[in-house]
Design a protein around this ligand. Structure first.
Ligand SMILES: NC(=O)c1ccc[n+]([C@@H]2O[C@H](COP(=O)([O-])OP(=O)(O)OC[C@H]3O[C@@H](n4cnc5c(N)ncnc54)[C@H](O)[C@@H]3O)[C@@H](O)[C@H]2O)c1
Length: 271
């Protein structure tokens, strides 16, 4: 057991300095990085110095996000891939290593939802949501972890879960709830398994965020107001408000944090 006298906590990695959140020299993949929360995370990681691979299905918006990252002064690459396709996620991780020489951070942000009463959900709808939100996230993590394990320098995996990973709702989102609940506990399992490689695995649980995903709700004033009131702060969040937690979990500021689900939810789960 290391103790104070042996200088364990005086190691360079635990040094407190103004560059605690600096990501210079780190390489990140952000899935679903072309818009919404993912795009804000791409720009946020680049602001703190990381090179960023924007992984997304749509070329036009994906290339645009990569161009905006380069304006921050770091390298960026768009990789067109569907996270539900295991072979494509494996290729994306390998291509990142080939182009940028390494991979340090994976943000599993890609996700889909659907509004369908539980009694009407079809097997195809179940497979589609679980295929992206859970299976895609798992195999993208596996592909990234293989590169990180090979590098031998640890890594960070940050899963964008949801408040709906721990609370239910009446909104007809049962499969989404199931997928995000599984992400929260998968995060803990991977954190335990990959701790020996110093790969820290955490999730973030956003509240309602103003993106295309919540557009239909935003256009229903009565429902939007009801949901806003469920946040202690009385409003939806902005994609940029997820960036701080992501940078924290990607940086040297969180070397002793793993298996955690960090809510960024304006107090939705506080009461
Ligand atoms: N918006 C919210 O209120 C909210 C709340 C909690 C959690 N989240 C989660 O945050 C993440 C981002 O959501 P958002 O609000 O920015 O939504 P969004 O719909 O604007 O963005 C989702 C992104 O994921 C991408 N994507 C979807 N399926 C994909 C696939 N198979 N392969 C590759 N990319 C794929 C989309 O193209 C898009 O870029 C999701 O995981 C979502 O579940 C969102």
């Amino acid at each position: 057991m290391p103790n104070v006298d042996q200088g364990f906590c005086r190691q360079e990695q635990f040094r407190i300095s103004r560059d605690l959140f600096d990501l210079t020299g780190k390489v990140a993949i952000v899935t679903g990085g072309s818009r919404g929360i993912g795009r804000a995370i791409c720009l946020g990681l680049a602001t703190f110095g990381a090179d960023v691979v924007v992984l997304a299905r749509d070329r036009v918006t994906g290339e645009d996000a990569a161009a905006r990252v380069r304006e921050k002064g770091t390298r960026s690459l768009f990789i067109q891939a569907d996270v539900a396709d295991i072979a494509e996620t494996a290729r994306a991780a390998e291509r990142t290593r080939a182009e940028f020489g390494r991979l340090d951070i994976l943000v599993n942000n890609a996700g889909i939802g659907a509004q369908e009463p539980a009694e009407k959900v079809t097997s195809a709808e179940w497979d589609a949501i679980i295929g992206v939100n859970l299976k895609g996230l798992f195999f993208m993590s596996q592909a990234a972890a293989k590169v990180m394990i090979d590098q031998g320098e640890g890594g960070r995996i940050i899963n964008i879960a949801s408040i709906f990973g721990i609370v239910g709702s009446e909104l007809g989102a049962s499969v989404y709830h199931a997928s995000k609940g599984a992400v929260v506990n998968l995060t803990r399992a991977l954190a335990c398994e990959w701790a020996k490689y110093n790969i820290l695995v955490n999730s973030i649980g956003p509240g309602f965020i103003v993106t295309d995903m919540t557009k239909a709700i935003q256009e229903m004033p009565v429902l939007a107001e009801l949901l806003e009131k469920r946040h202690a702060l009385g409003r939806f969040g902005c994609p940029e408000e997820i960036v701080g937690a992501t940078v924290f979990l990607a940086s040297r500021a969180s070397t002793f944090v793993t298996g955690e689900n960090l809510f960024v939810d304006g107090g939705y789960t506080a009461w």
